[in-house]
Structure formats: structure tokens, C-alpha cells
Design a protein around this ligand. Structure first.
Ligand code: ADP
Length: 852
């Protein structure tokens, strides 16, 4: 910050005192009357980011924004990755006296609670990390909903994928860690991966002692209001309690109070979930399409939620599919019951549509962000519980739906209380008043009657003064500077009575006050102030009543979110004819008539646009760790290989989140990780070439896959020369097949025809191809995956379909014919494209490997 001027006014002295107490990178918004002002470097930066006019006060830069619009300006500052401290007046201004001011909260991307600054459909995580010899220790907290978790794992590869899927808005790290990880020796791959994860995000660094597990255990215990953490299954020396404590400390600093909405602390264990690494999330377009949009992702294809909490839960389930067969079966059964009851489904859909975001409302109410609409949200949601319960219990006494319905808390007293107290239309700002319903509180009604009585007196006054003075145009008016006044036009000024006191001259006349008018004005202001005061008291009582039931409300909200996701899946299953997959501990993967959930939907919408476009062609899959372990799929470009192998991965993922799947029948032995290496993706921004990315991802797969994993490999080895590529693809296949009895279920799509010969030597490898039909030297894609290798690659025919000039196609045919005839005497004018030798593939033993 620029150094302060030497002679400071008391107010500026106060400003600097506050500023000194803030973390260095925090912008201070300093409340002066109706404005938040920024000074010095903060003013310059904010004027650039917000387009505010930069002014000067005693020669130093200043920029201000109206306090009632602060939320939208702060939203922009947070989006730019800044932190903002709001310093507010703690008492009404009195002339000649310095107003007491204090920071009321610090807003940062990971700790804000304002609805404008949060994506309703996504969780918003603050995450703390620590890394030592024992592994990576992490804690993450969504302060807006109170979800709080810890995890520790000796293997970074088990935890980093999970953290990446969380996509934290802000990280809390030990001072110096980031620089240490960056400067780590080259072979410390884990530390570099950690640095790569953290560096692009907003990182807040705290002194190391905040990460001490002993202190963390204490901080967390206090925040959760429990005696110890045993109830959450956590030992007091759990290493992730260090980061957890740092998170609570940081959240407390930012809220300027202890977070009040933390209910529990859960431990995440990688052994309980299907792991999806970042490359797989990206390659399989789970949350985003490769174009960076939600549309075209698996998430958007299976998202039929109508509540924000439901949308967030769906994303959490998809980021961490479970290995818990009982939980999968519970979700499947609920979907099944709903699939069979379209009437129930319709009723649920209507009621859930009226449900508000209770977890975030509670988060705000508990952390002192309060306005009447939040209470309205609780009222509107509670009003939906009876119809929702009726809908669920209507499914029949022994159903899972009825059991779920019984868990929804009706809270009839609270519901009736809120319905009676709150007006139909609620203001966003507490100070606007008029949110308590007339007839609810006799005292408030009396105060309001006084105000309206006084207002009648005022309108009567206009009439009596017109009569008394004989001035027909006399008006009684109000403005915020003078309060109430009597206005007389110039032409009538001579008629103004002597008891009128002149206050102001305007272009058209004069404004007067009288003693009686001022007396009435006082009464009106007083009555309005009293009424608002009374409303605020009633409001606080209502908030307390709601918070008394916060646990029941939060649990009910969790059930509603799950119901929303499951009802959405049932609608999806009905609409797209999905089936209930059978999940077990065996190691098979069998899909009959499987379809790609995203491509299928896109083709349908295309078909409604272009009559005559084809429908999606279903295909079967049979894999088993100890039998058909590896499907090697060949076929021309564009035949449908990538679509097919991805559809198997997506069906598996859907099955393990409890969703039904796009197939006629499906049986899946639980999968512990899905790995994919699909298509070419450059990561040039991070200095990695296409080939390097491909090899990194392949290395990750080969190093981490277990026999329970599902592996999807597409065009391995494409990014380098033919020989290199083939050699790598070949040895990767062998590696995956190395154990004599069993290996990870694998789908391997390749354009290296030579690899199909491996079937003779690797007993668990099966050749498949995507069929095409040839017709008049043209090919027709039939999208059928059939046993056996493809006979040729049809590259030239596909090139023609792509619109290459006919002259190029003809020339390519000539070259191909010559290459295939292996006629060494042919002269090719262009640089040689002919492989030097024909390649045949035989088993792994080097002595037998022959390049003829
Ligand atoms: P490849 O990997 O063999 O080059 P893709 O999987 O990229 O081929 O498929 C090419 C296009 O074919 C896809 O964009 C999709 O529109 C279409 N397609 C793929 N599989 C099917 C199918 N089973 N049914 C209908 N269309 C399909």
C-alpha cells in the first residue's frame, strides 16, 4: 500500500487502523454514510475492475460505491479473485463525533454466502491441504451448506482426482508450501502435481501452526459444538485435522464469528468410491464437454433435477460414485418404484419445483446474513412437505418411497407460525419493513395504524390549509432533505399566513413549514421507526424459531435433494427406456444393447431437426477379468469406436451412482477406478505436447490400474511415428494382459491393424471391429460392433466423405495401391510415405519379435 499522508484526519486514522489489521491482499470497503469508499491502491484497483470514477480526497485516490449496490460490485471483485473486507458503522452518525467502525465480514471466493456470488447448482468449496511423509492431508468445506470433510491418503493419486473434481473456489495452504512444491526436485512428481493443482487457483497462505493437528482437533471440536470427534469416527490425531482446523480458523476470520452451520465432519476414503482422475473426467466429458460447455456433458444428459440442492447432490454423486452395493441398490429401488408410478413422479415434480434452497438459507441465517426472503423460503418449502409426504406414502406402505416420506419432517407448528407471520410478498431488504402480515401482532398493528392515521391527517391538512388560505394549488409534500412541507406558488405567496415559516425558495414558489406540521412529522417518523423496530424484533424471533429446528430442516433438505435426483432419474429412465443394472462383486461387465447416453440424446434432437437422420445403434459388450479381459477394437475412422468405448465407461459410471442405464440389460462387477485415454488433447498452456499428455495419461493408467479397474484406451501411440506408436501400443496391450489369470477390464480402440494378430498369443484378448458396408467404392457406416478384426482401414473412403478434392483422393489411391503391392521400383515424387518394412506381431518374448 502507498504510505499514508503524514497529517491524517481522525477518520483516516481510523481507516488505517482497520486496514493494518487486514490480510495484505484484502480490499477494504469503508462505509461512509450511504457509500462504501476505497482509498489509495484499493481505490485505483477497484476503479479499474469495477469501472468506478477515481476521485481525490486531500490529494489521495478515492473511489466509492453506493452501499445498497455493494453486493453486485463485490460479486465482480470476487470473480476477479479478490478478497473484500466490509467495514461498517457500528452506531448512528452524530455531527462532530467520529463514528465507531468495525470490519463486519471479509468476503472471499471460498467463504462468501451471498446467493449472487454462488452458483446455485454447484457446491462452492474452500479446501486446505498439507503434505508430509505420511501423504496428502486435505479438508474441504462448503461454508454455504455446512458440508465439511477430511481425507488423508499416502498416495496423492488417490486424493488429487477427488480434489480436482471438487474444483475448490479457494485453497488454504501453509505459508511457503506452494513455493516449496514448485522448487522440489524433478523426481518428486507428487509435489509437482500438487503445485500444478494449486497454482492456478486462489491460494491463501497461513502460518504453519494453524495446520497443527492437535490445535486443529480443538478448533474443529469447538466449531462442531461436540466434546470430541469420536462420534464422527475420527481419532484426535488424525493428520487431516490440521488442515480442517486451518479451514475453520480461516472461515472464522472471514465471517468475523464462528461458523454456526457446521453439523458434522465426515471422512472421505478412496477405498469407498470409484475414482475418476482429472484426465478421465475431461476425456469422458463428465461435467463439461470438450468445448467447455455443460451441454454435451454426461451431467447435463442425466440431470433432471428441479432444485438447486438436488443439482449439487447429483454433481457430488457423479464425482464420487460409490462402491457400496447396498447404497446403490437403495437408490436403484427408489428409482424403480418411481418408474412404475408416473402419477407419483408427476406429483413429486410439481412439489419439488416449489422447494427452496434450504441448506444455503440455513447457512446464511446461521451466519447472520438475514433477510425476509430467506424466511419466506423456509415457509414455502415447509408448505410442500405435506403434499410430498402424501405423494410418497401413496406409493404403498411397504415401499422405499413411503420410508423416505416418513423421514421428511413436517414441523407443523413452525409451518403455521411462518405462514401466519410473514406477508405474501417479501422485500429483499430487512430495513424496507412491511414483511410481517397484518393481524399477526397487535402491537405492530397499533403502530401501523398510528402511521396511517397520521398520513390521513396530512392529506386532511392539505384540504384544510387550502380552505384557510384560499390557495387552491397549495400542496403538502415530502422530501428526504426537509421532511414534510407546504408548497405555495409564486402567484399566491401574498396569501401565505403569518404562522408559515419559510424554508426554501424554488423556481416556481416557496416551501414552508408550520409547528403543527413539524410536530406531526416527528410523530410519523417515530411511529414508522417504532413499527420497523417491532418488525425487526418479530423477525429475530422467527429466525430463532427456524434455527431451533435447523437439524430437522437440514436433514429434510438432504432427503429432498436425494429425492429430486432420483425422481429425475426415474423420469429419464422412462423417457429413454433405461434398465436397472445388476451390480455385484463379481468381475464381469455385460451390457446388452448399450447406448451412449449423451450421443443418443443429441441424435434425437438432431433427428427432430433433420428428418431422415439415423437413430443411435445399440451394441453389446462382454468383458471379464479372467476371460474376455481386453477388447481390441479396429475399424475405420468415424465408424464409432470412440463412441462405443466411451459408452461402456459412462454406463459403468451411471450404474455406480445408482442411476439406471441406457441398455436393455446390464450386469457390472464393481469397478474401483475408471481410466481413460481418449483422443488427442494438447496441454500446451502447461508446456506439454500432445504426445507428452498421451504418455502421461497412459503412465498413470499403467501405474495405478488394479484388476477391478475399467480402462478405456483410444488410439494409443498416435502422436508419434508409426513404429514408435505401434511399439508403444503393442507393449501397453501386453502390459495390461501380463498376469496369467486376470487383468483389468479394458477396451482398446486402435488403428494399428497389426495389433489384431496379438489375439493368437494373448488368450484374454478378443478382436472386435466396427462394421462398415462397402458399396460402389464408398463405405456406409452401420455402427455395429462385431467379433473379429477389421480387414482394412478405409482411410481414403473416409477422406472422400470429409470432402478432400477428388484429385487428392485419386492420387492417394494410386499411392496406396503401389504401397500395398510392395513394389520397390515404384517412384514416388513426394517424400516417401512407405513403411520400410512390413510388420508382423508375435508374442512378448524379444527373441521372437520379428520385423521382417
Ligand atoms: P471413431 O472413433 O471410430 O473415429 P466415433 O466414435 O468418433 O468414430 O464416431 C463417429 C460418429 O459416428 C459419432 O460422432 C456419432 O455421431 C456416430 N456414431 C457413433 N456410434 C454410433 C452409434 N452406435 N449409432 C449411431 N451413430 C453413431
Amino acid at each position: 500500500m502507498s504510505s499514508p499522508p503524514e497529517k491524517l484526519t481522525p477518520m483516516m486514522q481510523q481507516y488505517f487502523d482497520v486496514k493494518r489489521g487486514l490480510p495484505r491482499d484484502t480490499l477494504l470497503l469503508f462505509r461512509l454514510g450511504d457509500f462504501y469508499e476505497m482509498f489509495f491502491d484499493d481505490a485505483v484497483l477497484a476503479s479499474q475492475l469495477l469501472g468506478l470514477t477515481l476521485t481525490k480526497r486531500q490529494d489521495y485516490p478515492m473511489a466509492g460505491l453506493p452501499y445498497h449496490a455493494a453486493d453486485s460490485y463485490v460479486t465482480k471483485l470476487l470473480a476477479a479473485g479478490k478478497k473484500v473486507a466490509l467495514c461498517d458503522q457500528q452506531e448512528p452518525a452524530v455531527p462532530g463525533k467520529l463514528v465507531r467502525r468495525q470490519v463486519s465480514r471479509i468476503l472471499s471466493p471460498g467463504t462468501t454466502l451471498s446467493a449472487n456470488q454462488l452458483d446455485a447448482a454447484r457446491n462452492h468449496y474452500l479446501c486446505a491441504l498439507a503434505c508430509d511423509r505420511a501423504g496428502l492431508h486435505a479438508a474441504w468445506l462448503d461454508l454455504s451448506t455446512g458440508e465439511f470433510r477430511v481425507a488423508t491418503d499416502a498416495l496423492l493419486d488417490n486424493l488429487l482426482p477427488v480434489l480436482t473434481a471438487l474444483n475448490p473456489a479457494e485453497l488454504v495452504l501453509t505459508e511457503g508450501d506452494l513455493a516449496r512444491w514448485q522448487a522440489a526436485p524433478h523426481d518428486q512428481i507428487a509435489l509437482h502435481a500438487l503445485h500444478q493443482f494449486c497454482a492456478p487457483r486462489l491460494c491463501t497462505e497461513l502460518p504453519g501452526y494453524h495446520f497443527e493437528p492437535g490445535l486443529g482437533a480443538q478448533t474443529v471440536t469447538t466449531a462442531l459444538g461436540v466434546l470430541n470427534l469420536q462420534g464422527f469416527g475420527l481419532a484426535p490425531d488424525h493428520p487431516a485435522l490440521g488442515p480442517a482446523g486451518a479451514l475453520v480458523h480461516y472461515a472464522t476470520e472471514n465471517l468475523c464469528a464462528k461458523p454456526e452451520n457446521l453439523r458434522s465432519l465426515q471422512e472421505y476414503r478412496s477405498t469407498r468410491t470409484l475414482l475418476l482422475d482429472p484426465a478421465t473426467l475431461r476425456n469422458l466429458e463428465i461435467f463439461q464437454s470438450t468445448r467447455g460447455t455443460r451441454e454435451g456433458s454426461l451431467l447435463s444428459a442425466v440431470n433432471r433435477t428441479v432444485t438447486s440442492a438436488g443439482a449439487r447432490l447429483l454433481e457430488r454423486w457423479m464425482a464420487a460414485p460409490t462402491l457400496d452395493l447396498a447404497e446403490i441398490s437403495r437408490r436403484q429401488s427408489l428409482v424403480g418404484e418411481l418408474v412404475e408410478r408416473p402419477g407419483t413422479l408427476g406429483g413429486l415434480h410439481d412439489s419439488l419445483g416449489q422447494v427452496r434452497d434450504i441448506p444455503r438459507i440455513l447457512g446464511r441465517l446461521q451466519n447472520r446474513i438475514r433477510n425476509p426472503r430467506e424466511l419466506g423460503g423456509v415457509r414455502d418449502t415447509l408448505a410442500q412437505i405435506p403434499p410430498l409426504r402424501a405423494c410418497l406414502t401413496g406409493a404403498g406402505p411397504a415401499t422405499a418411497l413411503a420410508a423416505l416420506g416418513a423421514q421428511l419432517a413436517e414441523l407443523p407448528a413452525l409451518r403455521a407460525h411462518l405462514a401466519a407471520a410473514l406477508a405474501d410478498e417479501l422485500p429483499a431488504d430487512l430495513n424496507d419493513g412491511n414483511f410481517i402480515r397484518a393481524g399477526f401482532d397487535p402491537e405492530l398493528d397499533r403502530m401501523r395504524a398510528l402511521t396511517s392515521g397520521n398520513k390521513t391527517w396530512l392529506s386532511d391538512l392539505e384540504r384544510t390549509e387550502q380552505e384557510r388560505t384560499g390557495i387552491k394549488s397549495l400542496k403538502v409534500r415530502y422530501n428526504s432533505v426537509f421532511g414534510y412541507y407546504i408548497e405555495i406558488t409564486k402567484a399566491n405567496l401574498h396569501l401565505a399566513p403569518s404562522d408559515y415559516v419559510r424554508k426554501q425558495t424554488t423556481v416556481n414558489g416557496e416551501r414552508f413549514i408550520t409547528d403543527a406540521l413539524k410536530q406531526k412529522e416527528k410523530e410519523i417518523f417515530h411511529a414508522e421507526e417504532n413499527a420497523l423496530h417491532r418488525e425487526l424484533t418479530l423477525f429475530n424471533e422467527l429466525v430463532a424459531a427456524v434455527l431451533d429446528h435447523s437439524v430437522a430442516l437440514a436433514q429434510t433438505a438432504d432427503h429432498l435433494a436425494a429425492l429430486d435426483v432420483l425422481a429425475g432419474w426415474a423420469a429419464l429412465a422412462r423417457e429413454w427406456d433405461y434398465c436397472r443394472p445388476v451390480l455385484d462383486d463379481a468381475d464381469a461387465l455385460e451390457i446388452t444393447d448399450g447406448r451412449h447416453p449423451v450421443v443418443e440424446q443429441m441424435m434425437k434432437s438432431d433427428r427432430s431437426l433433420h428428418a431422415g437422420s439415423a437413430a443411435f445403434v445399440p451394441n453389446d459388450t462382454v468383458l471379464a477379468c479372467d476371460d474376455a479381459q481386453l477388447m481390441l477394437i479396429t475399424g475405420p475412422n468415424m465408424a464409432g469406436k470412440s463412441t462405443y468405448i466411451r459408452q461402456v465407461a459412462l454406463i459403468t459410471l451411471l450404474a455406480q451412482i445408482g442411476c439406471w442405464v441406457p441398455a436393455k440389460a446390464c450386469r457390472i462387477g464393481l469397478v474401483d477406478r475408471i481410466f481413460s485415454r481418449v483422443g488427442a488433447s494438447d496441454d500446451l498452456a502447461r508446456g506439454n505436447s500432445t504426445f507428452m499428455v498421451e504418455m502421461n495419461e497412459t503412465a498413470n493408467i499403467l501405474n495405478n490400474a488394479t484388476d477391478r479397474s475399467l480402462i478405456i484406451l483410444d488410439e494409443i501411440g498416435r502422436g508419434t511415428s508409426t513404429y514408435d506408436g505401434l511399439a508403444i501400443a503393442w507393449s501397453v496391450v501386453e502390459h495390461l494382459h501380463r498376469s496369467p489369470e486376470r487383468g483389468p477390464r479394458t477396451l482398446f480402440a486402435t488403428h494399428y491393424q497389426e495389433l489384431t494378430q496379438l489375439e493368437k498369443h494373448l488368450p484374454r484378448l478378443r478382436n472386435f471391429s466396427v462394421a462398415v458396408k462397402e458399396w460402389n467404392d464408398e463405405i456406409v457406416f452401420v455402427r455395429r460392433v462385431i467379433p473379429g478384426a477389421a480387414d482394412r482401414s478405409y482411410g481414403i473412403q473416409v477422406a472422400r466423405l470429409a470432402g478432400l478434392p477428388l484429385s487428392v483422393i485419386d492420387r492417394a489411391k494410386t499411392i496406396l495401391a503401389k504401397l500395398e503391392s510392395d513394389d520397390a521400383t515404384v517412384s514416388l515424387p513426394a517424400p516417401t510415405v512407405r513403411p520400410k518394412k512390413k510388420i508382423s506381431v508375435t508374442p512378448t518374448d524379444d527373441s521372437q519379435l520379428s520385423l521382417l
